[in-house]
Ligand binder design. Sequence first.
Ligand code: JFZ
Length: 459
Amino acid sequence: KPTQQVSLTYGPITSAHRMDANMEAFRNYGLGQFIHWGVYAIPGNEWEGVSARGGAAASEWIRSWGGATAPKNWKNTYDNLYKQFAAKDFDAKKWARQAKEMGAKYLIFTTKHHDGFALWPTKYSEYNITQSPYGKDIVKEVVDAYTAEGIDVYLYFSVLEWNNPDYMGKVPQTAEEKQRFGRFLDYTRNQLVELSDNYPKIKGFWFDGTWDPSWKSAYDFTYQLEKELRDRHPGLVIGSRFRNDENGSRHFDTNGRLLGDYEQGWERKLPQQFEWLDGNDWDAVMTIPPNGWGYMKDWSGLYTKTTDDIIDMLMHAVSMNGNFVLNFGPDGNGKMHVGEDKVSKELGDWMKLNSEAVYGVRHADLPLSKLGYYTQKGDDLYLTVMNRPVNDIVRIAVPKNTKAVPVRASLLTTKQSLQVKHADIGLDLDKNTYYDILLPKKFKSNQAFVIKMKLGAPL
Ligand code: JFZ
C-alpha cells in the first residue's frame, strides 16, 4: 500500500468490508461452482476430432488461437457454430442437483464469454441463444434451478468481445472510433441492465475481459455503471475485476483500496500468505485440467487435478478467508465431462463428512501448520490434516500467552475424542507453545480428515 494517499474521483464505491446479508453469505460460501458454457463447447479444443493445440491451451479461446488443425477461415467457422448449439442433454435441474451434492453454495455462470455469444435472449445483439436450435433462455433456466436448490447465482460477463465490430482494444482516438466505442459502451450497459432486471434473483456479477486500454480509459463510464447497477439491484456483489480508477489502477485503486466487494485476482493460483490478502474478501477460481475452462473432449496426456488436490486447494482457500470455485465445462450438449462427474462426486462425498470445517469458517490466527489447514468458528478450531505424521502425533503450535488453546479434540467424522497433551518442548520458546493431539493407530484414513478442537483457557 502506498504511504502517500492521492485524491481520487474514481475510487471504491462500496466499503471494503460490507456487512449486509449478501456479503455475509459470500463470506460463508466456502465452495462454489463455475460453469463455462458456450459455443466453444462444440469444438471442445478440437477441430474435426483433431486436437487443436494440445491440452495446455484454454479451450474457450479456440476462436482466438485457432491452433495447428484449424480450418482456413476458422473464425468464420467458429462464428457459425451457434447453428449447431442444440444442447440436447441440457438439464439445469440436473446441474443444480449435482452442484448441491458436491456442496457448492454459489454458482458463477458464463452468460457471455469473449466470443460474444449470449446465452440469454438479449435484445441488444442478434448473436444470442434464440438464434440457436436450442432457442430457449439458458440463463433463466440456470438461475431458477440453482436458486431453487438454495445455491446463489453470480453471472459471469465478459466485456471484451472478439466479433463485435464496435469493440476495440486500444483507446479510441478518432471521432469515428470514439463514436464506435461509445456505441459499444452503451451496448454493454444495456446488456448488464438487462441481466440485472431479467434475473432479479442473482446475487452478483463476475466480470472478465476488462483489461484492454479502451475499457480502462472509460473509467468515468464504468464508475457510473457500477453505481447504476448497485442502485437497480440492491445488495449486488461485484468483484474487483470490473473497473479501474483514473490512473488505470485495476483491482486496487492508486491508494491501494479494493475496487469492488472482493478481490477477484486469484485465477488458477492461491495466495501463499494470509497477510497478502490484507483482510479483504476474495475468491479463487480453478480448473481441473491445467488451463481449460470450456469443454475439452480429450483429457488424456494432461495433468488433471485429483479430488485430493482439490480438497487441498479448497482448504487452503477457506483457511485464508477465501471461497474456492471449481470450474466445469459441459460439452456442446450440456453434459459434464466424465472427469468432472468423478471429481464432483468424490468432493461431495468428502464434503458430506467434513463441510463443518468449510462453511461459515474464518481464518484461525495460528502459525501455519505443515500438517494441513486451520479453520475456525467461534471456539471451534478445525485442522484439516493433509499430511498425517508417521508417529500419529499432531503437534499444534500456539503463540505464547494465547488465551484460548486447544483443550479438547475429536475426529470430526466419528466424534471419537482424542487425547490432548501440552508438549513442553523448546522449539521456539520465546514465541510458541505446543499441544499434541494423539491419533489412534486404529484410525485409518486415505484422505484428508478433520480434527475438531475446542478452544479454552489453558488447563
Ligand atoms: C479469463 C478468461 O480469459 C478465461 O477464458 C476464463 O474465463 C477465466 C476465468 O478468466 O482469464 C483470465 C483472467 C484473468 C487472469 C488470468 C486469466 N488474471 O487476472 O491473471
